[in-house]
Design a protein. Structure first.
Length: 642
């Protein structure tokens, strides 16, 4: 993994690819590269470890020619971040002149060692530690076998499957047959683009468990691992499904399925613009996305609240009201920030729908065998829709016969496609690696689901109306919460050098304490832990000293007095306290070192409103420490490997 861009058309391919890779930097990576075919059919490869700027410098000093090419940003799995391990990888020879193919790949090939040994026995020499180089040599081996016999089963099969009467398909038959034969031997996940030295007019794409999309233009086509590189280039897009292969030329797109043969592509409108993936005047995408939450929350609710019926309405659940009434247990699963949103969802659904909820780490659920009855419904929560652990957990639950639904931000993603139904967040592209607006949108969707399930069970009409009225006030509350930015920046300057932070909250704000700690760890590299505030005295209070700040979430509500007692315990041990509280709370101000005010909100909406200052605190501390806020070290936006 992590980012793929391909181009076939009339423009300079290297320029298009580099621009696309810049838009994929947010996914996290440690090296980058590209390969093009110039007008004479010569393959040119540039690649470099480190930031994309190194690759851009190489390309500027010796511009790769040609109007067809593939590019990649890599997040290391097999082998470290070196020039040799960077993609593209060559098949059939160690140099561009000798190689027959160049390959870029997202995913992990689990049987790469076995394949490597077999290929070495055939005389192939490996120059990297990656699993991807295995794919390149394997395609070359299949291509050589196809060339050795005009009656090759691979060639005949490809021609038959792709459509023997189609000129593009006939031209591509050897390439498509070689890729089809090669991927049949792979075990694992892949999103592939393959460039062929002897077929300078086409690229072959293949997908299994790792996303690929095709942008449809006039006299040009684009391929990428997500839609962001295509914004501003085209307004039409095709999502490849698992086990589909595509032959992409400047003028044509031909898709076939491994088992079903020729597939007619569904061309959909691309719903993002270039402005959606630009900074828009902000210094970082994370700050931009924090400030976009007023609108992203409004978008999550748009068209889904019915005052007439006092409930929430979802068009994509694909379950009838009667089927939803029969649900007697809900499992929420996700990873990282999505898991924290699931914890908020547990409080919401159990309180308002009186349904038992279990929250599972997806990485654990995929290997567990918990006792679940027929009335269990799974919600897989994900921003990207590509998280490998979440996808595997969903598929395992689906295999056992349970209905599976997704709460997802990316249309056409693997999880959105694999689920029986679901809810899109409509938050727009989230570029910063540390999730902000997706988290609050997930919490809003979970609140609406709690309302919908509650109204199906016991919640009265008047209770439903009040719930909706509270939700409709939420965008304004978030907008007012953003006014704390200056206070947060001042507090960040005071505590920027702390080695450890503690985040503490109770009830609905306990999951938010976990999320606040995660944000700080992700982008500032400061150790932080989140706890239920009352649990401090059961061990973690041993960490408290004059140099360890504690961030307390103390809104007015059912446990307000209890949290104040927990603050007293920290202050008695000389620990500095930062409080997130309601306006003009003199009791809190008299007790703590620093105060961040947010508007009052009902208990069940407090995690969404109070998320704003915690996101800003992490952001400002990271900036003051000189960290790369949007691309924190070692992290990737979409974790598509186990």
């Amino acid at each position: 993994m992590c980012g793929i861009v391909g181009y076939v058309g009339f423009r300079g391919a290297s320029e298009v690819i580099l621009e696309g890779l810049r838009r994929l930097e947010y996914r996290g990576y440690d090296s980058a590269g590209l390969a093009t075919l110039d007008a004479s059919g010569r393959m040119q490869v540039r690649k470099a470890a480190g930031r994309l700027a190194r690759l851009e410098a190489l390309a500027r000093s010796d511009v790769p020619g040609g109007s067809i090419g593939i590019g990649h940003t890599r997040w290391a799995t097999h082998g470290g971040p070196t020039d040799a391990n960077a993609h593209p990888h060559l098949g059939g020879g160690g140099s561009p002149a000798a190689a027959s193919v160049a390959v870029v790949h997202n995913g992990v090939i689990e049987n790469c060692h076995v394949l490597r040994v077999a290929l070495e026995a055939q005389g192939y020499a490996f120059r990297s530690e990656t699993d991807t180089e295995v794919i390149g040599h394997l395609i070359d081996a299949c291509l050589q076998r196809a060339r050795a016999s005009t009656d090759s089963p691979a060639a005949e099969h490809a021609s038959e499957r792709a459509g023997a009467g189609d000129a593009v398909s006939r031209l591509a038959a050897p390439c498509l047959g070689a890729v089809r034969e090669a991927v049949a031997q792979l075990r694992g996940t892949y999103g592939l683009l393959v460039l062929f030295r002897d077929w300078p007019d086409l690229v072959v794409a293949a997908r299994c468990g790792s996303p690929l999309v095709v942008g449809v233009g006039d006299g040009e086509h684009f391929v990428a691992s997500d839609a962001s590189p295509l914004a501003g280039r085209t307004d039409r897009i095709v999502y490849l499904a698992d086990h589909e292969l595509a032959v992409v030329t400047a003028d044509a797109l031909r898709i076939s399925h491994r088992d079903a043969g020729r597939v007619e592509p569904a061309v959909l409108p691309l719903d993002i613009t270039a402005a959606d993936v630009d900074l828009g005047g902000y210094p970082h995408f994370m700050l931009k996305e924090i400030h976009e939450q007023t609108e992203s929350i409004r978008a999550a609710m748009r068209g889904r609240l019915s005052l007439d019926d006092a409930t929430a309405v979802f068009g994509g659940l694909n379950l009838t009201a009667r089927q939803l009434q029969r649900v007697n247990r809900i499992v929420l699963t996700g990873c990282g920030t999505s898991w924290h949103a699931a914890l908020v969802g547990e409080y919401l659904i159990e309180e308002f729908a009186r349904l038992p909820v279990e929250v599972e780490y997806a990485s654990e659920l995929r290997y567990r065998n918990p006792p679940l009855d027929d009335g269990t419904l799974l919600f897989a929560i994900t921003q990207s829709g590509e998280t490998a652990d979440t996808l595997a957990a969903l598929r395992e639950m689906k295999r056992k016969g349970h209905p599976t639904l997704a709460i997802c931000n990316v249309v056409g993603s693997s999880i959105a496609t694999a689920a029986d139904g679901g809810v899109y967040l409509h938050a727009g592209p989230e570029i910063g690696v540390a999730s902000t607006k997706a988290f609050t949108s997930q919490c809003v969707v979970l609140a609406m689901l709690a309302l919908a399930f509650g109204r199906l069970r016991h919640m009265s009409y008047e209770q439903g109306r009040r719930f909706i009225e509270s939700l409709e006030e939420l965008p304004d509350l978030v907008s007012r919460a953003l006014a704390c930015d200056a206070d947060v920046r001042r507090i960040a300057a005071r505590y920027r050098d702390a080695a450890t932070f503690l985040y503490l909250g109770r009830q609905y704000n306990f999951p938010l304490a976990l999320e606040g700690a995660l944000k700080l760890k992700e982008i500032s590299y400061i150790h932080a832990e989140g706890y239920p505030a009352a649990e401090m005295k059961h061990g973690p209070i041993a960490l408290v000293d004059e140099a360890t700040p504690s961030v307390f979430l103390i809104p007015q509500g059912a446990v307000y007095e209890k949290v104040l007692l927990n603050v007293e315990e920290i202050r008695a041990r000389k620990g500095p306290v930062i409080a997130v509280c309601g306006p003009d709370d003199d009791r809190v101000r008299a007790l703590v070192n620093d105060v961040i005010e947010v508007p009052e909100a009902p208990d069940f909406l407090q995690p969404i409103v109070a998320a704003i200052p915690l996101q800003l605190l992490a952001y400002h501390i990271a900036v003051l420490r000189g960290c790369d806020v949007d691309k924190p070290r070692n992290l990737a936006k979409s974790v598509t490997v186990e």
